[in-house]
Design a protein around this ligand. Structure first.
Ligand code: UDP
Length: 484
C-alpha cells in the first residue's frame, strides 16, 4: 500500500500555505509519499484559498486536497475569530474521522499533522491508531510559551490581563503578561480554555514540527530541546524544519483579486534599489479610517517611497477581518490629495499584494508588518528588516522576539488604546531606512537571510530535522488499526 501523511491546517490562508509548504518539503525528502490536506471552511473571510488550492493541485499531483463538509454552528454568537475557528474544527471531527478512514482504504497513513487550532482531531488520530503530530506554524518562541502556558495557568488564579507582571518562560525574554495573545488574556474567555486544551495536547503528540530554524531562535530552540518548557521533561521530539515559505501562490490570487500584481512589480522596477518601504498586514489585518489617515500622514512626512496595502476599515472596530468589505474607495479613505501628492513616490494597493515577490524585489528596503509568522519568515528569507506593528493573535510576542532576540526589527509603539500616531509612523520609517540603528538591523537581516539558506542546504540544521522527521514516521508506525 502507498504511504501517506495527512495534513490538517486551520482555515486562514497563512496556515494553509505553511502546511502546503510542509507537504512539499516532505515530498522532497521522500518523493514516494502521498500528501493529503484536509480543508475546512469558517464563517469569516480567512483569505481566498480557492485559486491557491487549484494552483497547487494542478502543479503537484502528489498533494491531494479533501474538502470537508461545512459544519453548522449551533448556538455560538461569538464574533471572536479564534473561538469560531476552534468551534468549527471541533465540530468537524466526525468528518475528519470519515476522511481518514476513506484515505486509509488506499494508503497507509503514517501521521496526522495538525496545527494548534485543529488539536481536537488528535483524539480521532489516537482512536484510529495514527500517530498525531503538531505543526507549530509560528516560531519556537511562541511554542515555548504555549508549552509553558499550563504551568502559568497552575501558578496563578488571575487572568493574564490583570496579572500586570513579567512572565519568565524558558528560552524567551521576559514577557509582559499583557503581551500574551489576546485570546488567552481573560481566564473566563472560552478561547482561554481552548488554547489551554491545545497547549496540554502538545506533549501528548508524537512530535512537534516547528516552522523555524535553529539559528533564528537559538535560545528558544535550546530550551525546547532540553525539555525546559514542559514539567517532567515530557516534551516530544522537536523538528525545526523551516523556514517554510510560499514560493508562489498568493500572488496568483492577487492577480485574480485586483489585477495589480504586474502593476506593482513594474512600479517597483522603476524605483531605486532598497528605497521602498512596504506596508502590509497579513490576510486579516484591518485599520480604522482614522488610523489609515494617520499612517498616510506619517508616510507623507517621512518623505520615503512606499508601497502600501490598504483595506476597508472593519465595521465593528476590530483589527481583524471577520467580514472584509470589498469596493475600496481610496479617495474617501485617505487624506484629501494624499494620493496625488505622493504619486511620484508611493503606490497604494487595494486589499492584497504579491508579498513574497514584493519582499524579494531589490527596490524594497523595509517592511512594516503585523508580525504574522509567515510574514516574518518571508522577510527573513528576503533579508528585509522590519518595523513590527502587531495587530492580533500572537503577534505582540513576535514583536518582542523580533526586536529583543533576533534584532531584526524596530518596534512600532502604540498608545494604550492601540492607536499609532503619524509621528510614530514617520519616526519608525525614518529610523528603519536612515538611522544607524536601522543600518545595524539591515546588516543583521542580510546575515539572517544567509543563515536561513544554510539551514535548508544539505547538512543544514533544518534539512537534518526533516530527515529525522521522516525517519520517525517509519519508527512509530506499526500496523495502524484503521488498515487492519
Ligand atoms: N499575504 C500576501 N499578500 C497580502 C497579505 C498577505 O501575499 O496582501 C500573504 C503573506 O505573504 C503570508 C500570508 O499571506 O504568506 C499571511 O500570513 P501571516 O502568517 O503573515 O499572517 P496571517 O494572515 O496569518 O495573520
Amino acid at each position: 500500500m502507498e504511504e501517506a501523511i495527512v495534513l490538517y491546517p486551520s482555515p486562514p490562508i497563512g496556515h494553509l500555505i505553511s502546511m502546503v509548504e510542509l507537504g512539499k518539503l516532505l515530498l522532497t525528502q521522500k518523493p514516494s509519499l502521498s500528501i493529503h490536506i484536509l480543508i475546512t471552511s469558517v464563517p469569516y473571510d480567512s483569505g481566498s484559498t480557492a485559486p491557491y488550492i487549484a494552483n497547487v493541485a494542478a502543479t503537484i499531483p502528489s498533494i491531494k486536497f479533501h474538502h470537508l463538509p461545512t459544519v453548522t454552528l449551533p448556538s455560538t454568537k461569538t464574533t471572536h475569530h479564534e473561538e469560531l475557528t476552534f468551534e468549527v474544527l471541533r465540530l468537524s471531527n466526525p468528518h475528519v474521522r470519515e476522511e481518514l478512514l476513506s484515505i486509509s482504504k488506499n494508503y497507509t497513513i503514517h501521521g496526522l499533522v495538525v496545527d494548534a487550532f485543529c488539536c481536537a482531531a488528535l483524539s480521532v488520530a489516537k482512536e484510529l491508531n495514527i500517530p498525531g503530530y503538531h505543526f507549530s506554524s509560528s516560531g519556537a518562541g511562541v511554542l515555548a510559551l504555549f508549552l509553558y502556558f499550563p504551568t502559568i495557568h497552575n501558578t496563578t488564579t488571575k487572568s493574564l490581563k490583570d496579572l500586570k507582571s513579567l512572565l519568565h518562560i524558558p528560552g524567551v525574554p521576559p514577557i509582559p503578561s499583557s503581551d500574551m495573545p489576546i485570546p488567552v488574556l481573560d481566564r473566563d474567555d472560552k478561547s482561554y480554555e481552548n488554547f489551554l486544551d491545545s497547549s496540554r495536547s502538545f506533549p501528548e503528540s508524537a512530535g512537534i514540527v516547528v516552522n523555524t530554524f535553529a539559528s533564528l531562535e537559538a535560545r528558544a530552540v535550546k530550551a525546547l530541546s532540553e525539555g525546559l518548557c514542559v514539567p517532567n521533561n515530557r516534551t516530544p521530539p522537536i523538528y525545526c524544519i523551516g523556514p517554510l515559505i510560499a514560493t508562489a501562490g498568493p500572488k496568483d490570487d492577487a492577480g485574480t483579486r485586483n489585477g495589480t500584481t504586474l502593476e506593482c512589480l513594474t512600479w517597483l522596477d522603476s524605483q531605486p534599489v532598497g528605497s521602498v518601504v512596504f506596508l502590509c498586514f497579513g490576510s486579516l489585518g484591518l485599520f480604522s479610517k482614522e488610523q489609515l489617515r494617520e499612517i498616510a500622514f506619517g508616510l507623507e512626512r517621512s518623505g520615503h517611497r512606499f508601497l502600501w496595502v490598504v483595506r476597508n476599515p472593519p465595521s465593528d472596530k476590530k483589527s481583524v477581518a471577520l467580514s472584509a468589505r470589498p469596493n475600496i474607495d481610496l479617495d474617501s479613505l485617505l487624506p484629501e490629495g494624499f494620493l496625488d501628492r505622493t504619486k511620484e513616490r508611493g503606490l497604494v494597493l487595494k486589499s492584497w499584494a504579491p508579498q513574497v515577490a514584493v519582499l524579494n524585489h531589490p527596490s524594497v528596503g523595509g517592511f512594516v508588518s503585523h508580525c504574522g509568522w509567515n510574514s516574518v519568515l518571508e522577510a527573513v528569507c528576503a533579508g528585509v528588516p522590519l518595523v513590527a506593528w502587531p495587530l492580533y493573535a500572537e503577534q505582540r510576542l513576535n514583536r518582542i522576539f523580533l526586536v529583543e532576540e533576533m534584532k531584526l526589527a524596530l518596534p512600532m509603539n502604540e498608545s494604550d488604546n492601540g492607536f499609532v500616531s503619524s509621528a510614530e509612523v514617520e519616526e519608525r520609517v525614518l529610523g528603519l531606512m536612515e538611522s544607524e540603528e536601522g543600518k545595524l538591523i539591515r546588516e543583521r537581516a542580510i546575515a539572517m537571510k544567509i543563515a536561513a539558506q544554510a539551514a535548508l542546504n544539505e547538512g543544514g540544521s533544518s534539512r537534518v530535522a526533516v530527515s529525522q522527521l521522516v525517519e520517525s514516521y517509519k519508527e512509530i508506525t506499526t500496523t495502524p488499526s484503521h488498515a487492519r
